[in-house]
Design a protein around this ligand. Structure first.
Ligand code: NAP
Length: 280
């Protein structure tokens, strides 16, 4: 049995679908199983951090999405180990790099994932850390504007990234959960090619069959309305992270291909897969 936390999320849902397709027994944790819409025969189970033993009964492997644990990572790892879980695969973040400077290491996303990695290393469980850089699905923050018209206000049109398709992360997660040989491995994951923010908007327009215009907004005029799903306190750290992508070639790894056998999907492919998310 494989337990998946964050099972209705971008990566978690894709992972549950893959495990179900491969006939693997999977328990999908969610705060609301009735609304989860997860595929049968996955067991959709309410995530109740006060009764952790029941969550891991009969399980040997765990996919961990750290925000879903609400600060109780240590207790949940202990419960998982006591129930017989042997291996945990953490959805961590590419922000974690060995030798990161103090500014980077104090970034809230870095602190959150570094803390989880440390707790897992200390837990006695075998582990694999997935450290993806930016998700392609972040482009959904432009969706309200794209549904409303052809002008898309955004920051740093020339900022570069190598965004990764969430299903490529799920494909790597699946392999690391079901194959031997990933214990103690850190997998850095990216998309296959560099693309600018303006280039991403152009690709979304191409997938929709519409011309979209990227309208540059200076970062000091960028408000939360440009990032509808972002917690407001994350706006400044995010803008700082975006600023650092201008004129810098992004990291590109071939880890997705090495582990899954298939090349990582391009942003253009992601835009085709998600075209309906940008339509009314
Ligand atoms: N976006 C990026 O560019 C990026 C890059 C590197 C790493 N990451 C990391 O990847 C993870 C996000 O993965 P994702 O996009 O697949 O997740 P997601 O879609 O944002 O959320 C996953 C699921 O977790 C549950 N959840 C969300 N917030 C929660 C909370 N505060 N408490 C309890 N449950 C909560 C929700 O499910 P239910 O409502 O069903 O419970 C949600 O569907 C984060 O750890 C992030 O730091 C992201």
């Amino acid at each position: 049995m494989i337990v998946v936390t964050g099972a209705t999320g971008n990566v978690g849902r894709a992972l549950v679908e893959r495990l179900v397709d491969a006939n693997r027994p999977v328990r999908a944790l969610t705060r609301d199983p009735r609304r989860a819409g997860l595929p049968a025969p996955a067991e959709a189970v309410r995530f109740d951090p006060d009764r952790p033993a029941a969550l891991f009964e009969g399980a040997t492997r765990l996919f961990l999405y750290v925000q879903a644990l609400g600060g109780r990572t240590g207790a949940l790892l202990e419960a998982a180990r006591a129930a017989g879980v042997q291996h945990v695969v953490l959805l961590s973040s590419g922000i974690i790099e060995e030798g990161a400077d103090d500014a980077r290491a104090s970034h809230p996303i870095h602190v959150m994932h570094a803390t989880a990695e440390r707790q897992i290393r200390d837990s006695g469980l075998a582990w694999t850390f997935l450290r993806p850089n930016a998700f392609a699905v972040n482009a959904l923050h432009w969706a309200p504007q794209i549904r409303a018209g052809h002008r898309v206000r955004g920051v740093f049109p020339d900022g570069l990234g190598a965004p990764i398709h969430e299903d490529d992360i799920a494909a790597v997660a699946e392999r690391t959960l079901v194959e031997d040989g990933h214990e103690g491995a850190v997998h850095r994951l990216t998309g296959p090619e560099a693309i600018s923010n303006a280039g991403q908007v152009e690709e979304i327009g191409r997938a929709l069959g519409r011309a979209l215009e990227f309208v540059e907004t200076p970062p000091d005029q960028a408000g939360p309305e440009l990032f509808p799903s972002l917690p407001p306190h994350m706006l400044q750290p995010l803008l700082k992270a975006f600023a650092a992508t201008v004129g810098v070639t992004p990291e590109i790894t071939d880890t997705v291909q090495k582990i899954t056998g298939d090349p990582a999907r391009t942003f253009a492919r992601w835009a085709e897969d998600h075209a309906d998310d940008f339509r009314n």
